[in-house]
Unconditional design. Structure first.
Length: 162
Protein backbone atom coordinates (compact mmCIF):
# COMPACT_ATOMS: atom_id res chain seq x y z
CA UNK A 1 0.00 0.00 0.00
CA UNK A 2 2.01 2.91 -1.22
CA UNK A 3 0.89 5.96 0.71
CA UNK A 4 2.09 8.71 -1.61
CA UNK A 5 1.16 11.24 1.05
CA UNK A 6 -0.38 11.25 4.50
CA UNK A 7 -1.86 14.68 5.09
CA UNK A 8 -3.34 16.40 8.11
CA UNK A 9 -5.82 19.02 6.96
CA UNK A 10 -8.87 20.00 8.98
CA UNK A 11 -10.68 20.84 5.73
CA UNK A 12 -10.05 17.31 4.42
CA UNK A 13 -10.91 17.21 0.68
CA UNK A 14 -10.84 20.66 -0.92
CA UNK A 15 -9.26 22.53 -3.81
CA UNK A 16 -5.63 22.40 -2.63
CA UNK A 17 -5.90 18.62 -2.38
CA UNK A 18 -7.91 17.88 -5.52
CA UNK A 19 -6.14 20.37 -7.77
CA UNK A 20 -2.72 21.10 -6.28
CA UNK A 21 -1.50 17.98 -4.52
CA UNK A 22 -3.23 15.52 -6.79
CA UNK A 23 -1.31 16.72 -9.84
CA UNK A 24 2.01 16.54 -7.98
CA UNK A 25 1.44 13.17 -6.28
CA UNK A 26 -0.64 11.40 -8.95
CA UNK A 27 -2.60 9.24 -6.49
CA UNK A 28 -5.03 6.61 -7.75
CA UNK A 29 -7.17 6.94 -4.61
CA UNK A 30 -7.96 9.65 -2.10
CA UNK A 31 -8.80 8.08 1.25
CA UNK A 32 -10.47 10.26 3.85
CA UNK A 33 -10.33 8.93 7.43
CA UNK A 34 -13.01 10.54 9.61
CA UNK A 35 -15.60 8.88 11.84
CA UNK A 36 -17.72 12.04 11.71
CA UNK A 37 -17.80 12.27 7.92
CA UNK A 38 -18.10 8.52 7.34
CA UNK A 39 -21.13 8.37 9.64
CA UNK A 40 -22.92 11.27 7.96
CA UNK A 41 -24.44 10.58 4.54
CA UNK A 42 -24.72 14.26 3.63
CA UNK A 43 -21.12 15.08 4.66
CA UNK A 44 -19.85 12.02 2.81
CA UNK A 45 -21.75 13.11 -0.31
CA UNK A 46 -20.30 16.62 -0.13
CA UNK A 47 -16.71 15.41 0.19
CA UNK A 48 -17.07 12.72 -2.47
CA UNK A 49 -18.52 15.28 -4.89
CA UNK A 50 -15.26 17.25 -4.67
CA UNK A 51 -13.33 14.36 -6.23
CA UNK A 52 -13.35 14.03 -10.02
CA UNK A 53 -14.61 10.79 -11.54
CA UNK A 54 -11.18 9.76 -12.82
CA UNK A 55 -9.86 9.00 -9.33
CA UNK A 56 -11.15 6.56 -6.72
CA UNK A 57 -12.20 7.97 -3.36
CA UNK A 58 -13.08 6.43 -0.03
CA UNK A 59 -14.58 7.96 3.11
CA UNK A 60 -13.93 5.62 6.01
CA UNK A 61 -14.07 5.50 9.79
CA UNK A 62 -10.85 5.04 11.74
CA UNK A 63 -11.47 1.31 12.12
CA UNK A 64 -12.40 0.91 8.44
CA UNK A 65 -9.24 2.78 7.42
CA UNK A 66 -7.07 0.52 9.57
CA UNK A 67 -8.77 -2.56 8.10
CA UNK A 68 -8.51 -1.34 4.48
CA UNK A 69 -4.86 -0.36 4.77
CA UNK A 70 -4.01 -3.62 6.51
CA UNK A 71 -5.96 -5.88 4.16
CA UNK A 72 -3.45 -5.93 1.33
CA UNK A 73 -6.24 -5.23 -1.18
CA UNK A 74 -4.87 -1.76 -1.95
CA UNK A 75 -1.22 -2.81 -2.35
CA UNK A 76 -1.14 -1.69 -5.97
CA UNK A 77 -2.84 1.67 -5.49
CA UNK A 78 -1.12 4.99 -4.89
CA UNK A 79 -3.06 6.45 -1.96
CA UNK A 80 -3.36 9.99 -0.64
CA UNK A 81 -4.55 9.55 2.96
CA UNK A 82 -6.31 12.52 4.59
CA UNK A 83 -6.97 12.96 8.31
CA UNK A 84 -8.26 15.96 10.22
CA UNK A 85 -5.90 16.02 13.20
CA UNK A 86 -2.63 14.79 14.68
CA UNK A 87 -4.69 12.74 17.18
CA UNK A 88 -6.27 10.72 14.35
CA UNK A 89 -2.83 10.11 12.90
CA UNK A 90 -1.49 8.85 16.23
CA UNK A 91 -4.43 6.42 16.39
CA UNK A 92 -3.54 5.08 12.93
CA UNK A 93 0.15 4.71 13.77
CA UNK A 94 -0.58 3.02 17.10
CA UNK A 95 -2.87 0.58 15.23
CA UNK A 96 0.08 -0.43 13.06
CA UNK A 97 -0.40 1.67 9.91
CA UNK A 98 3.16 2.23 8.62
CA UNK A 99 3.71 5.97 8.26
CA UNK A 100 7.15 7.55 7.96
CA UNK A 101 6.30 11.09 6.86
CA UNK A 102 3.34 13.44 7.31
CA UNK A 103 2.35 16.55 5.43
CA UNK A 104 0.63 19.06 7.71
CA UNK A 105 -1.40 21.05 5.26
CA UNK A 106 -3.80 23.09 7.28
CA UNK A 107 -4.83 23.31 10.90
CA UNK A 108 -6.77 26.52 11.08
CA UNK A 109 -7.43 28.98 13.89
CA UNK A 110 -9.87 28.02 16.60
CA UNK A 111 -10.23 29.30 20.14
CA UNK A 112 -7.37 28.04 22.29
CA UNK A 113 -5.00 27.40 19.40
CA UNK A 114 -1.70 29.19 18.84
CA UNK A 115 -0.09 29.87 15.48
CA UNK A 116 3.19 28.09 14.67
CA UNK A 117 3.20 28.70 10.90
CA UNK A 118 1.00 30.86 8.64
CA UNK A 119 -1.41 27.92 8.17
CA UNK A 120 -0.95 25.78 11.29
CA UNK A 121 -2.52 26.54 14.66
CA UNK A 122 -2.12 24.09 17.55
CA UNK A 123 -3.33 23.52 21.08
CA UNK A 124 -1.72 21.41 23.82
CA UNK A 125 -3.35 18.19 22.57
CA UNK A 126 -2.02 18.79 19.05
CA UNK A 127 1.49 19.45 20.38
CA UNK A 128 1.33 16.29 22.50
CA UNK A 129 0.27 14.22 19.50
CA UNK A 130 2.94 15.78 17.28
CA UNK A 131 5.45 14.88 20.01
CA UNK A 132 4.30 11.23 19.91
CA UNK A 133 4.70 11.14 16.13
CA UNK A 134 8.10 12.85 16.30
CA UNK A 135 9.31 10.45 18.99
CA UNK A 136 8.33 7.54 16.72
CA UNK A 137 10.68 8.97 14.08
CA UNK A 138 7.94 10.27 11.79
CA UNK A 139 8.98 13.29 9.73
CA UNK A 140 6.53 16.19 10.16
CA UNK A 141 6.51 18.59 7.23
CA UNK A 142 4.31 21.67 7.09
CA UNK A 143 3.30 22.63 3.56
CA UNK A 144 -0.15 23.73 2.52
CA UNK A 145 0.50 23.81 -1.23
CA UNK A 146 3.14 21.99 -3.29
CA UNK A 147 4.93 25.20 -4.27
CA UNK A 148 5.55 26.33 -0.66
CA UNK A 149 8.93 25.65 0.95
CA UNK A 150 8.46 22.87 3.54
CA UNK A 151 8.51 23.80 7.23
CA UNK A 152 9.95 21.38 9.79
CA UNK A 153 7.13 21.09 12.34
CA UNK A 154 9.38 19.49 14.96
CA UNK A 155 11.71 22.49 14.71
CA UNK A 156 8.77 24.95 14.81
CA UNK A 157 7.61 23.25 18.03
CA UNK A 158 11.20 23.19 19.35
CA UNK A 159 11.35 19.40 19.74
CA UNK A 160 14.78 17.94 20.31
CA UNK A 161 16.23 16.06 17.33
CA UNK A 162 15.98 12.29 17.54
Amino acid sequence: MPLVQVRIDDRLIHGQVVVGWRHVLDPQRIMLCSDEVANSDWQKTIYMSAVTSDIAASVLTLQETIAELGSGLLERERILLLVDSPKRLVQLVEAGVPISEVNVGGMHFRAGKNQITPFIFVDEEDVSNFRILHDKGIKLEGRDVPTRTPIDIARALRFEPI
